[in-house]
Design a protein around this ligand. Structure first.
Ligand SMILES: Nc1ncnc2c1ncn2[C@@H]1O[C@H](COP(=O)(O)OP(=O)(O)OP(=O)(O)O)[C@@H](O)[C@H]1O
Ligand SMILES: [Mg+2]
Length: 244
């Protein structure tokens, strides 16, 4: 519940969601349905709500190094280099093994050669890779991705989706991806969660039982994408509310 202009807005209601360790979960829903709020609760950035949120059996009371977050905009510090930005979350006294993790993750996201570049010297996709490396440098148990590729062009987006898949397979972290892109949700997720309009509830959970790497042109993929598309649009009476 948020206070807005003297009134209140209920962002989420009756949400019950359990994510298994190591799972890749995609979350789709129309603009304003509470997707970011849900991720912020799991990240520990939002603490003023009714109900309980747990991570690995413990109540979530605030942010923690076990949960990394990647936002739609890269949020890198413009005055720090890629390497310094990636190291930023590790704290003041960066140890040798921390720097190893920094360099390993810069390598993992394909930014080697750009360690000493500043954010303004990077393309949008590269900056987003740097923010993914920053979120991963702490070796979080879960990565929370809030529309991380929303601002990227279609080709870069597909490339980034493939990289996230590779990173997930290597790091074995639990992934929660909020997206407006049904194709992306199906390409990446073990399951796709469809949220209803505000106040956001979980409308449907659709398992994606397709082998990886997934072929976006396959019959099974297109069938599932169409089914989710139909399910998604069925819920709304105001088509203009979508931000797809
Ligand atoms: N800090 C806040 N103060 C007041 N209201 C807020 C705040 N954060 C979110 N809200 C409200 O809660 C609702 C859900 O917002 P949220 O950002 O979670 O939506 P979203 O599903 O992520 O939308 P989008 O797809 O546009 O990013 C919206 O109505 C929004 O106005
Ligand atoms: Mg949002």
């Amino acid at each position: 519940m948020f206070s807005v202009n003297g009134g209140t807005v209920t962002a989420l209601q009756d949400i019950s969601l359990t994510v298994r360790q190591g799972e890749f979960v995609s979350i789709i829903g129309s603009s304003g349905c509470g997707k970011s709020t849900l991720l912020r609760i799991i990240a520990g950035l939002e603490t003023d709500y009714q109900g309980t949120a747990q991570f690995e059996g413990e109540p979530i009371r605030g942010t923690g190094l076990d949960r990394g977050v990647v936002f739609q905009e890269h949020r890198l510090f413009p005055w720090l280099t890629v390497r310094q930005n990636v190291a930023f979350g590790l704290g003041n006294s960066t140890s040798e093994s921390d720097w190893e993790s920094v360099d390993e993750h810069i390598d993992l996201v394909g930014l080697n050669g750009f360690e000493h570049a500043y954010p303004h010297q990077l393309s949008g996709g590269m900056a987003q890779r740097a923010s993914i490396a920053r979120a991963l440098a702490n070796r979080p148990r879960a990565l929370l991705l809030d529309e991380p590729f929303g601002a990227l062009d279609a080709l870069t987006k597909i490339q980034m989706q493939e990289e996230v898949l590779r990173i997930w397979q290597k790091e074995k972290a639990t992934m929660l991806l909020v997206t407006h892109d049904i194709d992306e949700a199906v390409f990446l997720g073990d399951q796709v969660i469809i949220m209803s309009n505000r106040p956001g509830t979980i409308k449907k959970i659709i398992p994606v039982d397709l082998p990886r790497p997934r072929d976006r042109g396959s019959y099974e993929f297109t069938q599932l994408r169409s089914a989710i598309y139909a399910e998604f649009f069925r819920q709304e009476d105001k088509p203009f509310a979508y931000a797809i």
